[in-house]
Design a protein around this ligand. Structure first.
Ligand SMILES: CC(C)=CCC/C(C)=C/CC/C(C)=C/COP(=O)(O)OP(=O)(O)O
Length: 472
């Protein structure tokens, strides 16, 4: 049986007013009305007018109407619009292609059009059963593997920053369990978002939008990885870490994900999601949430605002189109101000690390030099609010995080409790983190050696670190 999970229409590229009336017809939900209000309020009408791929969606993950550039239909529709037909379509050969897939695998049929929409061209595509080998890239996409790898590294850093006794087995279980929970969270997120992902250039090729796998398959994958990740953390690490992992999974998929379309507060909730993984690392080693764990969490929390808000600036057309409530769309000034505010908060974070005896005071010096560079980027973005300053801040934030985490480990104090073997593994993680950013962790097979230079030196005024990472 054919499963219909995506229907697209080749309605015309409409001018702004036409788009609003189109949207009003297509959406009966409060969400869409508030989106229209939001679009008007934020004076971003150019976003739609300049967009080459304008879309609208019905609620729910299974049906998508796309005013995309299916050229022949668009040409006909544009002609009709120019002739003032008002309906945006031309009667004629729409059904000619019925039940015949085109070269992209899409079928065209009016049979699936909901009442009132028969005037629109309808396109749909059958979900193909993936092969066993084909499942690997599908699962990597569902897990948002590169983002997941970076987040997992922040957990490993949390573990590495403790002074309690470490164990390689616990570290490996923590890494695998956290990665499974993150995979699950990202798969649930994609399970919910195809109608909206389909409307954004950045996400319109995601696996469920492309229909490379069925929603049920994605949901099952998310459920299995979530349950196994939480179980692994509970059994092989400790219950506290498992509870944090499970709570974060729920926070991301059940609170943050729907909230993206409801309130700009989603960014603050998303920042909590990003803050919890390093706290899990700390909890895995100490079985407690000491002030140091909260500091690590707050550091990741604060970092996400310049990171995300600068990214969102250049994606604001996409976000607006898909109905996501992002500060960059609804209040661009606030978006830049919040970035600046939280970049400033990174300074006391860095200073608190030596205060809490996590690092030597040298970290307060070189960490804050890096902070000053980041602050210059955030201030520039706040002043100019343009694409270039946003891009600079975003890429700066990508470099900033691994650099500061590596510095933190470089200046770490009190490493006596762990063995050189365990520290070596943790140092490797730090080095990979420092060199990978969001992108290259999977490709980095280099080996690292841990060299303990002055393990007897406990003098906090002495700046030489206890660890140095040397590449083979
Ligand atoms: C242990 C555990 C479960 C950790 C969860 C870690 C995690 C998923 C962090 C991501 C944080 C975040 C706000 C991402 C943006 O999602 P988005 O939906 O805005 O991204 P998108 O636009 O690319 O879909």
């Amino acid at each position: 049986m054919q499963s219909v999970s995506q229907i697209s229409s080749g309605a015309p590229r409409l001018i702004r007013s036409g788009y609003n009336s189109f949207q009003a017809r297509m959406h009966s939900t409060a969400w869409s009305h508030s989106l229209n209000r939001l679009n008007q309020r934020s004076s971003l009408s150019f976003l739609h007018a300049s967009s080459s791929r304008s879309t609208a969606s019905l609620k729910g993950p299974r049906i998508i109407f796309t005013r995309a550039s299916f050229s022949s239909n668009n040409t006909r529709s544009a002609a009709a619009a120019a002739a003032g037909s008002g309906s945006g379509t031309v009667p004629g050969d729409v059904t000619a292609k019925e039940d015949t897939p085109d070269d992209t695998g899409f079928f065209t049929s009016r049979a699936y059009a909901p009442a009132g929409y028969q005037d629109y061209d309808i396109r749909w595509k059958e979900v193909k059963k993936p092969t066993l080998a084909g499942l690997i890239p599908i699962y990597l996409d569902l897990s948002k593997a590169r983002l997941g790898a970076l987040v997992t590294l922040t957990t490993m850093c949390g573990y590495a920053m403790t002074t309690a006794s470490t164990s390689l087995t616990t570290l490996l279980s923590l890494t695998a369990g956290t990665a499974l929970c993150i995979t699950s969270a990202n798969a649930y997120n994609q399970f919910v978002e195809p109608p909206y992902d389909a409307q954004m250039s950045r996400t319109r090729n995601r696996i469920l939008v492309r229909k490379a796998v069925s929603p049920l398959h994605a949901w099952s994958f998310a459920t299995v990885t979530g349950l196994s990740g939480t179980a692994l953390l509970a059994v092989a690490v400790n219950p506290l870490t498992a509870v944090l992992g499970a709570a974060n999974l729920v926070l991301y998929s059940a609170v943050y994900t729907p909230m993206k379309r409801m309130s700009i507060a989603n960014t603050w909730v998303g920042a909590i999601v990003g803050a919890i993984p390093p706290m899990m690392g700390w909890a895995a080693c100490t079985n407690s949430l000491d002030p140091e764990a909260w500091l690590l969490g707050f550091f990741l929390y604060a970092w996400q605002f310049p990171h995300f808000n600068s990214l969102a600036w250049n994606l604001r057309a996409d976000y607006s189109k898909a109905g996501y409530r992002m500060m960059a769309v609804t209040d661009p000034k606030l978006n830049a101000r919040v970035s600046l505010r939280y970049t400033l908060a990174l300074f006391p974070c860095v200073a608190l690390a030596p205060y809490l005896d996590m690092t030597t005071w040298w970290f307060a010096i070189d960490g804050n030099i890096v902070n000053a560079v980041m602050l210059a980027g955030a201030a520039n973005f706040w002043r100019k609010r343009d694409d270039k300053s946003a891009r600079q801040l975003f890429f700066g934030s990508l470099i900033y995080l691994p650099v500061v985490l590596a510095l933190m480990m470089f200046h770490k104090k009190g490493k006596d409790a762990s063995t050189p073997l365990e520290d070596g593994a943790l140092a490797s993680a730090a080095a990979v983190s420092a060199s990978s950013g969001l992108h290259t962790i999977e490709d980095d097979d280099d080996e690292y050696e841990y060299v303990d230079e002055d393990e007897d030196d406990e003098d906090e005024t002495h700046h030489t670190t206890s660890a140095q990472i040397k590449k083979h």
